[in-house]
Design a protein around this ligand. Structure first.
Ligand SMILES: Cc1cc2nc3c(=O)[nH]c(=O)nc-3n(C[C@H](O)[C@H](O)[C@H](O)COP(=O)(O)O)c2cc1C
Length: 252
């Protein structure tokens, strides 16, 4: 890195609120530019139904108990995850609860600045009942999955994408959240980037709590290989790219 102190300053600045200095910058929304899709478009054929979540899967229902036992977990059993359990993890992280008029924004179980929810959920399925191993995308408006693709040596490729954190390969499913930044930039221009990173933390926290309540466990991953993760999901790396990863497995 040529000028590390400068780079540190630049990155610290990204962590600060810039609303006051930037109050005169007009966003695309203020310039009446057509709104972006609130969910990445998908082909309606071959969708995979998810069952509704089953309350019986929640082994710990007392929210304070869940807060007290939550940990980042990196050791798992090899039991299969059921589809209702997977359904609950998706339901509690990104499922659309309400769509505003003219599809301008959505509400979900987590907060998001301006209700932009600029994320998509991808799943690397490794050990889930009734699903072939492979890469899927979650469709949060209809609570369904769409199968995308798979690879020879899927698990090994996934492990490489998380910088050789091998414990991730012992899980049932690996959540990858991508960001489509324009969804938030359209409304907040260059004020949106700090907020998008804050938003991502909320999603992962809900995954932690939902997993704990079913005696599963997860561990957030920020130390991942950007290029390999985007390649794994076949994202362009510019208009959509990976921002956070969290593998989920059954607690030992
Ligand atoms: C943003 C973020 C990134 C993290 N990245 C990793 C990671 O790449 N690998 C890992 O093993 N743990 C990672 N962790 C887990 C932390 O190490 C863990 O939260 C911390 O040690 C505290 O433990 P606890 O979550 O059990 O309270 C990450 C946690 C957060 C919140």
């Amino acid at each position: 890195m040529e000028n590390l102190p400068n780079e540190i300053k630049r990155r610290r600045d990204l962590m600060k609120a810039n609303w006051v200095e930037l109050k005169d910058i007009k966003s695309d929304q203020q310039k009446s530019v057509e709104k972006p899709d609130v969910i990445k478009p998908y082909d309606n054929t071959n969708l995979i139904d998810l069952p509704e979540p089953d309350q019986n899967d929640l082994k710990i229902k007392n929210i304070d108990e869940v807060f007290q036992i939550r940990r980042s977990r990196r050791q798992f059993t090899d039991s299969k995850m059921s589809l209702t359990e997977l359904s609950y993890l998706l339901h509690s992280t990104q499922r659309v609860q309400k769509t505003f008029k003219e599809n301008i924004a959505t509400l979900r179980p987590v907060p998001s600045a301006g209700a932009r929810h600029p994320f998509e959920t991808y799943l690397v399925i490794l050990n889930v009942q009734d699903l072939d191993n492979g890469i899927y995308r979650y469709l949060p408006d209809v609570h369904k999955l769409i199968y995308l693709h798979t690879y020879e040596g899927l698990k090994e490729k996934m492990i490489k994408s998380v910088m050789d954190q091998k414990w991730a390969g012992e899980t049932n499913v690996v959540f990858y959240w991508s960001c489509i930044p324009y969804r938030a930039e359209w409304r907040y221009s260059i004020k949106s980037h700090k907020a998008m990173l804050l938003d991502a933390g909320h999603i992962c926290q809900n995954l932690y709590l939902a997993a704990e309540s079913m005696k599963y466990g997860t561990c957030a991953i920020a130390a991942y290989d950007q290029e390999l993760s985007d390649q794994l999901l076949k994202l362009d790396g510019e208009d959509e790219f990976t921002v956070y990863i969290s593998p989920v497995g059954k607690q030992v």
